[in-house]
Design a protein around this ligand. Structure first.
Ligand code: M6R
Length: 613
């Protein structure tokens, strides 16, 4: 996710911006830029040098004008357009006076751009964000002051934004606005700040305020004024922030894992934004495989490791159900050593949060060598996997720091299920109204995840009650099975306790011999179609003395008969359930690990990205 900083009222504006951008580097980024405004002039510098971009930007700033009191800085995490300097922010309008920085996605950018180009505007990037600079330019030409121009321009856009704008014809002013993407304002005597994240301005501002959705703020050296999108004045909520830098980087959470677990609704929303055209077609701007090629797909093979493999296993059920294409899922480290068959019409999908997992890269290389078309589903723009694949879909989960993957999983499932719906549309395997209903259902999952997250205390109670247990079996059927695998992986990697995931029906074919008093069985039982069968599997383990924990929907009244502990989740479409059901399992693993005193962000023996075979 992009990082934003703005300052108005200082004489050392540039240095304040560069230091703030350095403090945003921990979030991950691929390019950076600044703009300064003084009377009649806007000056801009940008650099795209991966994680060295802020250092490269500093070198670009040697000729910066001195004494300009108003400035914006941005670190970019590419979504639309490659991570190149021309796509880095700030973006300018045609006159070069208006500069904007933006975090989020403008969903209707294509239609706005077409309209603006028709009116003579010249675009210099391929980003969705640049339309904002030209929309504001139009409003300024119509005589609106900067805050009015920002407000009226935003009435035309759909999507998510944390936006900040300056204009040399109105110096000593920044106008900022927010919808979905986070934005805060800070003040100190004679200076106002804004930022996407507290660390950027932690050591500068004295007082902090939250900008809420659809609010526009005009900042000057003397303070700020806020309006809603209708133009009515609003008051910003003051925040109490007494954090050190480390706590601020973790967004006030105890560790990165807690922060990333909490970020899952946002990761889902960002991944699903801007994927639906006006004609109802699901579309992936960045994908790069034609509709004809997708229609011709005869077989899909998903290759992935760890958590990404579990997301791929969920996708198998969705692609087969909705698009009626046969799907295989392979562990990426196994794929290339089994002499895989690649026939005409085979689409191989490499799924990887980092896009750098060597096993997955090698598997997709092997598939390509044998003639497959390769699609990458990854979180990192221009990662090795993305570069080598024929096509790419980006999850937009933002940087994941904690070794244990959490938000990447829900974002991968969402992106792959959206892809499954696109395949279904192209192959006409479902009525259009069913696709539309599923698409709407997918949009609602973020809110269901939020509700599941709000039940942390209930999960904590179960974790406390089971503290001391050493053996865990996670069971599920259908997509509950990969969810169980993922729950077990979270527990073992975070706590170092023994945890195994099994298809619930497989238990009686061997593992049942291990069930005895003291063993904990965690079952995912949210799918009504699987419910009865799971209940009888649980009766078997309960009869042998295991403690039974069940992830069950809010309306499930029969579960209490077999469960010692119930982890309640909101019900959803069964194929979407893994994104919701995984939440209590992540929290259970996390809370147990903390109680055991484990380093949850860096479990022993593990690396975030595995680049050796
Ligand atoms: O970056 P990738 O998604 O390719 O990484 C795959 C696995 O290494 C990763 O999911 C790993 O299993 C995590 N530690 C799980 O939490």
């Amino acid at each position: 996710m992009c990082g934003i900083i703005g300052v108005v009222g200082r004489t050392d504006t540039l240095e304040t911006l560069l230091q703030g951008l350095s403090r945003l580097e921990y979030r991950g980024y691929d390019s950076a830029g600044v703009a300064l405004s003084g009377p009649g002039t806007t000056w801009r510098a940008r650099a795209a040098a991966g994680t060295e971009s802020v250092a490269a930007l500093r070198a670009e700033c040697v000729d910066a004008p001195r004494g300009f009191r108003t400035g914006l800085g941005h670190t970019r995490w590419a979504t639309h357009g490659a991570p190149e300097a021309l796509n880095a922010h700030p973006h300018l309008d045609c006159s070069g006076s208006v500069a904007i920085i933006h975090n989020g996605i403008i969903e209707n950018h294509a239609e706005i751009r077409e309209d603006l180009v028709g009116r003579g505007h010249v675009f210099t990037s391929v980003t969705d964000s640049e339309v904002l600079a030209h929309l504001i330019e139009e409003a300024r030409k119509a005589g609106e002051d900067l805050s009015e121009a920002v407000r009226t321009s935003l009435l035309r856009v759909r999507g998510a934004f944390a936006l900040a704008v300056l204009d040399a014809t109105e110096p000593d002013v920044i106008v900022a606005a927010r919808r979905i993407s986070p934005l805060i304002v800070g003040t100190a005597p004679g200076v106002s700040y804004l930022a996407s994240d507290v660390p950027a301005i932690l050591d500068q501002a004295k007082t902090f305020y939250a900008v809420e959705d659809d609010q526009v703020v005009r900042l000057g050296p003397e303070g700020f004024r806020a309006l809603d999108l209708e133009g009515a004045p609003v008051r910003l909520r003051q925040l109490s922030i007494d954090w050190d830098l480390e706590t601020a980087e973790k967004g006030g959470f105890e560790d990165f894992m807690a922060k990333e677990i909490a970020e899952q609704p946002e990761a889902l929303r960002a991944t699903l934004l801007d994927r639906h055209r006006r004609d109802g077609a699901i579309s992936f701007d960045e994908m790069g495989v034609s509709d004809e090629e997708l229609r011709a797909v005869k077989r899909v093979v998903l290759v992935a490791a760890g958590t990404s493999n579990h997301a791929a296993q969920v996708a198998k059920y969705a692609i087969e159900r909705w698009a009626r294409v046969s799907v295989e899922v392979d562990i990426s480290s196994e794929y290339r050593y089994r002499d895989p068959i690649v026939e005409v019409g085979t689409l191989v999908i490499g799924v990887s949060q980092s896009g750098e997992t060597i096993d997955t890269i090698q598997a997709t290389r092997e598939a390509k060598r044998r003639g497959a078309r390769v699609l990458a589903v990854t979180n990192i723009v221009d990662s090795s996997l993305a570069r080598e694949a024929d096509a790419v879909i980006y999850t937009r989960a933002g940087l994941e720091v904690s070794v244990a993957s959490t938000k990447a999983f829900v974002a991968q499932v969402a992106a792959l299920e959206l892809f499954a719906l696109r395949l279904a549309q192209l192959r006409a395997t479902m009525p259009e109204r069913d696709v539309e209903a599923l698409y709407r259902g997918l949009q609602a999952v973020g809110a269901q995840v939020e509700r599941a997250l709000s039940r942390r205390e209930e999960v904590a109670e179960v974790a406390r009650a089971l503290f001391g247990a050493r053996d865990f079996f996670y069971l599920g059927r259908h997509v509950g099975f990969p969810t169980a695998l993922e729950g077990a992986l979270k527990l073992k990697e975070l706590t170092y306790l023994h945890a195994e995931g099994y298809p619930a029906g497989e238990l009686k074919h061997g593992p049942l011999a291990l069930i005895e008093p003291g063993v904990v069985v965690v079952a995912v039982a949210t799918d009504p179609a699987m419910h009865e069968k799971i209940l009888s599997n649980l009766a078997e383990v309960k009869a042998r003395g295991a403690s039974v924990v069940v992830v069950a929907t809010d309306d499930d009244e029969s579960i209490a008969a077999v469960a010692d502990f119930v982890l309640r989740v909101p019900g959803t479409e069964p194929l979407f359930a893994p994104m919701v059901d995984i939440i209590p399992l992540q929290l259970f693993a996390y809370l147990t690990a903390r109680a055991l005193g484990r380093n949850v962000d860096r479990p022993r023996n593990l690396a975030k990205t595995v680049t050796v075979e």
